[in-house]
Ligand binder design. Structure first.
Ligand code: AMP
Ligand code: DBH
Length: 562
């Protein structure tokens, strides 16, 4: 540990893998000493002339630009100089990255990791509630946005989030608008930064960035990923997906998601010198046009987008370059899986992953039956998977149970969240995924359900408790329960069941929606449906647990007649 440069993340902020286990991962060659900064620097030098990234710049979502790996170095050096000189960003500082799918997303990641700063990933859809929580939790120095040309005034939202953090005793980060500073343009003469400073020497077993968690609790959680663990998952993913320098990878999902970032994602593409193609919006038309224009070979989608691709007109586009479609984030219906190869002409790969770690893939040489009906098996032989009953007793293969996992790239605890430790992890360090799975003798998993109180809205995760707490802030709401209801396109939608205060009239849906948006909740978390009941059911012995209550309500909402 260096006595000069402060560590970005203090030892008490996160939970390390025990020393003996870490030694095993090192000896097995899974954890290497390489940091993300060194990784990016090395790839940018090695693949200098190749195209690294193509897509819209932050300043204009309708434009299309391409950066070579050498230009990626230049742009990230410019951004790093700006962040250091004008905003005081130093090694170890956290910086919120809230960027749409513009090329600057990749530039920002490259700049931050090469400076030794820690990205804190957020979604463009996040609003003041989530962002101010991240400001308080991670204490970022800066917050990167892309102006107002992408549907929302992100500068104003980020500034308000900072002000909310200040009201709650925190500090506001500097908001940096990449639509205005334009790091893609070369500066003339003296203003162009000299070559990127040598990568900062940090320990690869320290935290490299904070990743988003879908969450199951009232306040969003952040996931501390280390250089070593994350780069291992990237190398493993690249090998399983057969990614090489001739590939072009389409990012149609929000780029900060773990799936398009590393499964095999943006980092997988940089690992092999392939091209990252960023879609400025997720529509099939935009994606198809980019597949044709950039000769995309690999794409990663959530199931609703697969349905969109299958039903959209494709005859005007040349999609023949596409070889592999990775699908994950939510359960892909077996019938939809069966249509991919026949109708889109590319191979399907199911991906079952989590930002906390474990990623499962169906393999390219798996029989069609496994590819179409399972969500794959873990990347690593050192991934430990347990499928257990409610008492944590292992169940037999073929029997559904709770998935617990531990391994070379799965976290042992959330960032600054000691109170979550006992519920989210077992005493011996297994992460309780909250997923219900069946394991086949081959090791492949089928996701059959979920025990966590979360709605998986087409791959975007919504924590029931978080939305309930915001609903309870409304004067007319006496009690609230948030549950998933089935939806033919999204898989699940968010439904709020409310008990109205005795002396209040039931608030209308527009009023409830307005209330939640005013509280700064991301729009995708605002319930799609509201129901009111006079009282919540109670069990014979008194109040039921929140979890049982949500389960009872969900069953009633999805039962016959609804
Ligand atoms: P997060 O923890 O927010 O990164 O979300 C990860 C969760 O997404 C997993 O624990 C699953 O609940 C869900 N998930 C991801 N991929 C799949 C998939 N292929 N099938 C079913 N659920 C998935
Ligand atoms: O849903 C996810 O979080 C996810 C899905 C596929 C993920 O984190 C991943 C692959 O790495």
């Amino acid at each position: 540990m260096s006595g000069v440069a402060p560590l970005g993340v203090r030892p008490e902020d996160w939970v390390r893998v025990p020393a003996a286990t870490a030694a095993r991962y090192r000896e097995a060659g899974l954890w290497l000493p390489e940091t993300l900064g060194e990784f990016v620097a090395e790839r940018c030098a090695r693949f200098a002339e190749r195209i690294a990234v193509a897509g819209a710049p932050a300043r204009d979502r309708t434009a299309h630009v391409r950066l070579t790996y050498a230009e990626l170095t230049g742009a990230s050096a410019r951004l790093a100089a700006l962040l250091a000189d004008q905003h005081g960003v130093r090694e170890g500082d956290r910086v919120v990255v809230q960027l749409p799918n513009c090329v600057e997303h990749v530039v920002a990641v490259a700049a931050l990791v090469r400076m030794g700063a820690l990205p804190v990933f957020t979604l463009p859809a996040h609003r003041e509630a989530e962002l101010s929580a991240f400001h308080l939790l991670a204490e970022p120095v800066a917050h990167l946005v892309a102006g107002s040309g992408w549907g929302v005034d992100h500068v104003a939202v980020a500034e308000r989030a900072g002000a909310w953090a200040v009201e709650r005793g925190g500090r506001a980060p500097r908001v940096v608008d990449l639509a205005v500073v334009d790091v893609l343009r070369e500066r003339d003469g003296a203003h162009e930064p000299a070559a990127f400073p040598a990568p900062v020497r940090v320990d690869a077993e320290e935290v490299a960035f904070l990743q988003l968690s879908g969450g199951t609790t009232g306040v969003p959680k952040l996931i501390p990923r280390t250089h070593g663990d994350y780069l291992y998952s990237v190398r493993g993913s690249v090998e399983i997906c057969g990614l090489d320098a001739d590939d072009a990878l389409l990012v149609a999902l929000p780029a900060a998601h773990n799936f398009p970032m590393s499964s095999p994602g943006i980092l997988g593409a940089l690992h092999v010198g392939a091209r990252v193609v960023l879609a400025p919006d997720p529509s099939p038309r935009t994606a198809f046009a980019l597949v044709e224009r950039e000769r995309v070979t690999v794409a990663s989608l959530v199931p609703p987008l697969v349905l969109g691709w299958l039903s959209a007109r494709r005859d005007r586009f040349d999609l023949t370059s596409l070889r592999l479609l990775g699908v994950g984030g939510a359960r892909l219906a077996d019938v939809t899986a069966g249509r991919v190869h026949a109708e889109l002409g590319c191979a399907l790969q199911q991906v079952f992953g989590m930002a906390e770690g474990l990623v499962c893939y169906t393999r390219l040489d798996d029989p069609a039956e496994l590819v179409e009906t399972t969500q794959g098996r873990p990347i690593s032989d050192l991934d430990e998977v347990r499928v257990v009953d409610d008492e944590d007793v292992d169940v037999r293969d073929g029997t559904p149970g709770h998935l617990l996992t531990r391994g070379p790239y799965t976290i042992r605890g959330y960032y600054r969240a000691p109170e979550q430790q006992a519920t989210a992890f077992t005493a011996d360090g297994f992460y309780r995924t909250g997923d219900v799975v069946v394991r086949l003798p081959s090791g492949h998993l089928r996701v059959t359900g979920r025990s966590k109180d979360q709605v998986n809205r087409g791959g975007e995760k919504v924590a029931a408790e978080e939305v309930e707490e915001h609903l309870l802030g409304h004067p007319a709401v006496h009690d609230a329960a948030v549950v998933a209801v089935p939806d033919p396109l999204l898989g699940e939608k968010v439904c709020a069941v409310l008990v109205v205060e005795a002396d209040h009239a039931a608030p209308g849906v527009p009023e409830l929606r307005r209330h939640l948006l005013e509280r700064g909740l991301a729009p995708y978390k605002v319930p799609d449906r509201f129901e009111t009941v006079t009282a919540f059911p109670t069990s014979g012995v008194g109040k039921t647990s929140r979890r049982d209550l949500r389960r009872t309500l969900a069953a009633a909402l999805t039962g016959p007649g609804t």
